[in-house]
Design a protein around this ligand. Structure first.
Ligand code: ZN
Length: 205
């Protein structure tokens, strides 16, 4: 199928699972870039839908922590003259207000903080190393933006043979097309599981 300009395209069916069960000890929840600049009024690159995902992410974190599941936060992190600012404008300047994780999702003391410089949470970071030290094989990814940092991190995990799970109500982006494309790539290309809601993810053991 070649791309035909101006053709109206159909979104393929997204194969949502009703429930996904994961072994708590081999699972980590990864909260991607829920930082003030992306989520809060006054932020530099606000994704309007991101604030709506906060209750679902909070619920996921409470459930995960109650089961002893590891929690990881990625933080988009840039310094003066970062080349990414030529694309997106200034955002997530190291140690600025915009760089901080939003108050509602404040990390716990023993959560892993992964400062990343590009969209992929694995690229140039200690994320893969720590997950392997912990014996983690399953990753539940939430955060923003779906088709940028969530998808690139999910893709990078998939390429390393982690099992990835993405709840649709825990990720956010600008357009419906980008949201659907993310869920399609996760389920089709990286053979991950997609569920409608964070509460469809169950931690066993
Ligand atoms: Zn960035």
């Amino acid at each position: 199928m070649k791309f035909i300009p101006d053709k109206v395209i159909e979104v393929p069916d997204i194969p949502f699972k009703d429930i996904v069960h994961l072994p708590a000890a081999q699972t980590a929840v990864v909260v991607v870039d829920m930082q003030n600049d992306f989520v809060k009024p006054g932020g530099q690159l606000v994704v309007p839908a991101a604030i709506e995902t906060v209750p679902a992410i909070r619920h996921l974190l409470e459930t995960a922590r109650g089961r002893g599941v590891r929690v990881v936060y990625t933080m988009d992190t840039h310094f003066e003259n970062d080349p990414e600012w030529k694309i997106w404008g200034e955002h997530c300047r190291y140690r600025s207000w915009g760089w901080e994780v939003i108050e509602e999702l404040r990390p716990a003391d023993d959560d892993l903080i992964v400062q990343k410089n590009r969209y992929d949470g694995f690229y140039g970071t200690w994320l893969d190393h720590m997950l392997r030290v912990w014996g983690v094989h399953h990753l539940v990814l939430v955060g923003t933006m779906s088709n940028v940092c969530v998808l690139h991190t999910a893709a990078s995990a998939g390429l390393r043979w982690y099992h990835i799970v993405v709840p649709a109500d825990g990720i956010s982006t600008i357009t419906d097309f980008d949201q659907a494309a993310t869920l399609r790539q996760v389920s089709w290309l990286y053979v991950g599981d997609v569920v409608r809601r964070t509460q469809d993810v169950r931690f066993d053991g």
